[in-house]
Design a protein around this ligand. Sequence first.
Ligand code: 3PG
Ligand code: MG
Length: 416
Amino acid sequence: MAKLTVRDLDVRGKRVFMRVDYNVPLEEKDGQMVITDATRIVETLPTLKLLIEKGAKLILAAHLGRPKGKRESSMSLRPVAAKLQELVGVPVQFVDDCIGEKVEKAASALKEGQILLLENVRYYNEEEANDPAFAEKLAKVADVYVNDAFGAAHRAHASTEGVARVVAKRGGKCAAGLLMERELKFLGDELENPARPFVVILGGAKVSDKIKVIDRLLEKANTILIGGAMAYTFKLAHGDKVGKSLVEPEHKQTALDAEAKAKKLGVNFQLPTDFVVATPVDTGKLNKKGKPVMDFTNIQTVKGNIPDDAEGFGAGEETAKHYAQIISEAKTILWNGPMGMFEDPRFAASTNIVARAVADATQKGAKSIIGGGDSVKALNKAKLGDKVTFMSTGGGASLEFLEGAVLPGVAALSDK
Ligand code: 3PG
Ligand code: MG
């Protein structure tokens, strides 16, 4: 890797300010916030253990949710400190601020190999504004900067970008953590010269969200398999009826252009041939977020036109089995985005068939890389998370990186 990593650092006795992405899902249980998935914490353990071994004094900074500059108690990192302590096996201190005297005092009391976790950096608006004065305040306790927060590396915020600049200006080192290194390796280097056939599976709701990735991967892939709601825009562009399905009529041409580019480049570009559809009915109830709870009747699989009163909720089994066949011959697989609304078991079949196919191909020697977000959730739900080569901890960051964007959190690190 062209950037400095924690392996290259001499940190004995130094205060290492490390940005992590501990933006983990939490649920309230009996008045307490409980972490429902600790993957993002677990994935930083190798970096933490290496830095502990090297004798660093660790100061961890992170965000949780989007508190928009307010002290939202439901978005406190305190429960994360407890979880981290349990996982890392050394005491983790917590301080209920991320700048100021309290932080400086706690940091100066740290001994080699000890960890301090700071409170949510987004309790300050200056974090997302990448305010230079705020970055200076964060950097007060930093001799060295480490970024292991791949999931937040697409943000040019004070703790992901500003602090690095302050530390570098002082002549301090800014390095990638081991998780960051792994993410960049699998989502980046490994896809530069992939073993072939290279099969890309792309799902998700909107063509507009995925078009940059489609465009870039058309240059590299042998086959692209499309799923999810974005398939309806392609369908609409072909003159089919899509009923009440989610579509972006303004992106019909985008869809046709992608297909034309695929043809020109000789990429096998596949769209679903069957769809699971249902008639949505309003139950009159509202969910926790105040949104109407829908139910679905008349669930059926259709080809061609989708009936006027029906909405598509994912690819059908015929599509999924056809995709599974293609996946079984792949040597490199990149998967970003589910085939349909997998959260509901009535619409999960196609996503599960694809997940199983990716796991089986990996077993046979293919390299499988899962580009974060919902595809990771789907694999975990199918209990196949440990059957793939790599699962990204990023959502938006993975997508932007796969689009070919330079991530500000990476750009700010020192070159080797
Ligand atoms: C994520 O979960 O996507 C990252 O932690 C970044 O969070 P954000 O989208 O609120 O910036
Ligand atoms: Mg996000």
